[in-house]
Design a protein around this ligand. Structure first.
Ligand code: ADP
Ligand code: ZN
Ligand code: ZN
Length: 735
């Protein structure tokens, strides 16, 4: 460090992060241009130039100056990443073993990762003109134009909101703007506030929960708001958000998946007159940048989004909500493997703001934090509309004759439901027609050539698809092995259930909801709109159906094929199964009609199922936590999983052996357990051999210490061509 006199312009050294998978920053000279941490700069790098983010500025001793290159330009007058975000992203990179440059660039809106000025993305808001409102009321417009006028009503909407509520709106916007029916507008100068008269009177439990939340005041305070779907959690979030806005602060709302954003946005818009920045991966790049910068400037009072919205800048942060906090979608499963809920907790702590984690089925991690006294739990036991939880009937199917996998009693329940004019949901967590295509003559079955696992039959598309690697081939008409015309689909997927139920109920719409049927943007939303209108219907679907959509006419829920979850090698499976059953069962009987849930199983005496049915989620979670504690599993220990894969098995094995050797020997204190290397539960995928090495410690600092020493050594190992490896801290699955 050299001491600078005031008169010398400080020749500072800038530590610059570049978007590279490297754990280091690079030094550049500022060249006398004033620049703050969090600003982007353009720098020479090798033979090209790159955009970098300044992480730190430091004075330097004159001697080294000659070897350090100067920056070319400063791209931002004000930091894009403020001090809080920069510091926390650094901590996150450390915690989840990310490369600092990738973490910082990952937090920026995509368009801003390039040499583009924030001023390229000025706010864009639209509203109807007087003529537009008249056209809406007179219904003179059709199709997309009518929908846009309807969505706008008499208010201004940002491009990110419109992109969320009405994908493809721009074509209609051009037509309407051309006709003078809508116009771009400056945002109102109104302070953000709750609208008059929108809010229901809280019930006692909601009022108690809110009182506790409000009395905790400002400052970091983590809460768990536990209540079944329909118990009024969102209403509590809204009230809390109201106070945040009154205080002139920003609220961040996270939901686990894109499908839940539109309904959350509608509720926020209905309650508040406030600017809302919406952030998710379905936005056009420019829209995302606009919304991100709106959060950055503090103009957006509410920031709503999915996982990566947890990186939004919040210069006026006042509150963080993480809805469905147990959802595994909050964990990023590639690249920088962060957990959005945990990063939200990290940020809330350093921002000094309250954070509310909401769920009907809290994660075991969160429940352990409640038990340890670190989180305050608030409960909503009853559903708002005074319906008791639906009874769950267990159907022991051992020895029963099943029709397409459905027991007779279950079919009778469906018959009765349809006869009452109500809706039913048949849940099956398996896509496609059948998970196996078997030759009855010779025993051949279709197998993925790259994974050696059975291929799933998709009958409508006449295809065989591998759910592990995406490999597809044409479904054969006869056995490729013995040429017999004897191929039979084994087992049931959603497509087969849809077919069977359509045949049984020809008069009733049978709708399949899974990733295949809702791939198109908004298809899921449209489907739900159709159902909300009422009338008998049967929904067949995978876990997409478990999420909190309100279907008032849905009274009967059938859960089939959960037994797989009872036998998984992954210790997370029991927790997931309990969550899934409770979430799916929670869809039954919401408004004014009682519901019933049918659970079909070959193992009615399995302790997890019996505990769940007798004691509900709390009892099942307690059972799981007890088992985890007894076996020293998370959250009572901490894990990091090294995964590696390569087309050559020798290469993977060689790398893993070297990785194992690169680990510091565990001390005699027993704080670090090393398991493996061993083959992954799925040893071959997409033609690549896969291996794992699991590190475990009862103490977080011991694990972090071991990782800090190990990671540079892993990077220093010879990296064979074609080998990929990753380190996953707190993995949410062991595959
Ligand atoms: P959750 O988020 O727990 O699923 P919601 O907050 O969405 O529950 O509430 C379920 C339904 O009940 C919503 O339609 C909501 O508008 C309504 N609701 C919530 N609280 C009240 C209340 N105190 N009085 C009347 N209706 C309410
Ligand atoms: Zn055959
Ligand atoms: Zn495959």
């Amino acid at each position: 460090m050299a001491f600078m006199r005031q008169s010398d312009p400080a020749p500072a050294i800038l530590k610059v992060a570049l978007p590279l998978p490297l754990r280091q920053t690079f030094d550049y000279l500022s060249n006398g241009i004033p620049v703050q941490p969090g600003c982007r700069v353009r720098v020479p790098f090798g033979r090209s130039r790159r955009v970098g983010i300044v992480v730190e500025t430091a004075m330097h001793a004159a001697v080294v100056a000659g070897r350090i290159k100067p920056i070319e330009a400063v791209l931002d007058a004000q930091p894009l990443l403020d001090a809080e975000l920069l510091a926390n992203l650094g901590r996150a990179a450390d915690y989840w073993c990310g490369a600092i440059g990738e973490v910082l660039f990952g937090a920026l809106s995509r368009a801003l990762r390039e040499d583009r000025a924030p001023t390229d993305f000025t706010e864009e808001r639209w509203r109807a003109t007087a003529a537009g409102s008249a056209a809406r009321d007179a219904r003179t417009r059709r199709g997309g134009s009518a929908a846009l006028l309807q969505t706008l009503g008499d208010e201004a909407f940002s491009a990110s909101e419109l992109d969320t509520l009405l994908p493809g709106w721009r074509a209609a916007a051009r037509r309407l703007a051309g006709a003078g029916l809508i116009e771009r507008t400056q945002s109102t100068a109104d302070a953000p506030h709750a609208r008059d008269g929108g809010a229901p009177v809280l019930n006692d439990e909601q009022a108690d929960a809110l009182a506790t939340l409000l009395s905790a005041g400002e400052g970091f305070h983590p809460f768990l708001l536990q209540g079944v779907t329909g118990s009024g959690k969102t209403e509590v979030y809204l009230r809390l958000t109201e106070r945040t806005l009154q205080q002139g602060h920003q609220a961040l709302w996270l939901v686990p998946e894109i499908g839940l954003v539109p309904q959350a946005l509608r509720r926020l818009r209905a309650r508040f007159n406030a600017r809302i920045a919406v952030l998710h991966s379905n936005l056009a790049e420019g829209e995302h940048a606009r919304a991100w910068l709106d959060a950055r400037s503090g103009e957006a009072a509410i920031v709503l989004g999915t996982r990566s919205a947890v990186f939004a800048p919040l210069p006026k942060a006042g509150l963080i909500i993480v809805d469905e906090e147990h959802d595994a979608s909050y964990k990023q499963q590639e690249g920088f493997r962060y957990h959005a809920r945990d990063f939200a907790l990290m940020r809330a702590q350093s921002l000094g703001v309250p954070i509310v984690l909401g769920s009907a089925t809290p994660s075991l991690e969160t429940l352990a934090n409640v038990e340890a006294g670190r989180f305050t739990r608030l409960r909503l036991h009853r559903r708002v509309h005074a319906r008791p939880p639906s009874p769950v009937h267990v159907l022991d199917v051992r020895g029963l004759k099943l029709a397409h996998g459905l027991a007779p009693a279950l079919l009778e329940a469906l018959d009765a439901c349809i006869a009452r004019g109500e809706q039913a949901l048949v849940f099956k967590n398996r896509r496609g027609y059948a998970p196996v295509l078997l030759c009855h003559a010779c025993g051949w079955h279709a197998v993925c050539p790259k994974c050696e696992k059975p291929l799933t039959l998709y009958r409508g598309r006449r295809q065989l698809l591998c759910h592990h690697c995406g490999h597809t081939e044409r479904a054969p008409g006869s056995c490729p092995n013995c040429r017999a015309d004897a191929l039979i689909p084994q087992g049931q997927g959603t497509e087969r259930l849809e077919e069977a139920l359509s045949a049984r109920y020809p008069e009733v719409p049978v709708l399949r909801v899974d990733r295949d049927s809702t791939r198109r943007r908004n298809a899921f939303e449209k489907l739900l709109d159709r159902l909300a209108a009422g009338g008998p219907a049967i929904l067949v679907g995978t876990q997409m159906l478990a999420k909190g959509h309100d279907l008032p006419n849905l009274t009967t829920v059938a859960i089939v094929g959960v037994d797989e979850g009872l036998h998984s090698v992954d210790f997370h499976a029991g927790e997931r199964l309990a969550q899934l059953v409770v979430q799916v069962a929670g869809r039954a009987g919401r408004a004014d009609k009682p519901g019933a849930v049918w659970l079909q199983t070959h193992e009615p005496e399995h302790p997890l199922l019996t505990t769940l049915l007798r004691g509900g989620y709390d009892a099942a979670a307690a059972l799981q936590l007890g088992e985890r504690m007894a076996s020293g599993l998370p959250p009572f220990s901490h894990m990091a999983l090294l995964r590696a894969e390569c087309a050559q098995r020798d290469t993977v094995e060689g790398f893993m052996a070297a990785a194992r050797d690169a680990l510091a020997r565990p001390g005699s204190n027993g704080l670090l357990r090393i398991n493996g290397p061993f083959a992954a539960p799925m040893p071959l995928r997409a033609g690549r051999h896969r291996a794992q090495l699991l590190l475990e410690s009862p103490q977080r600092p011991a694990l972090r210490q071991a990782l800090a020493e190990w990671l540079p050594r892993l990077h220093a190992l010879p990296q064979p061509r074609g080998l990929r490896w990753s380190l996953d801290v707190d993995p949410v699955d062991l595959y």
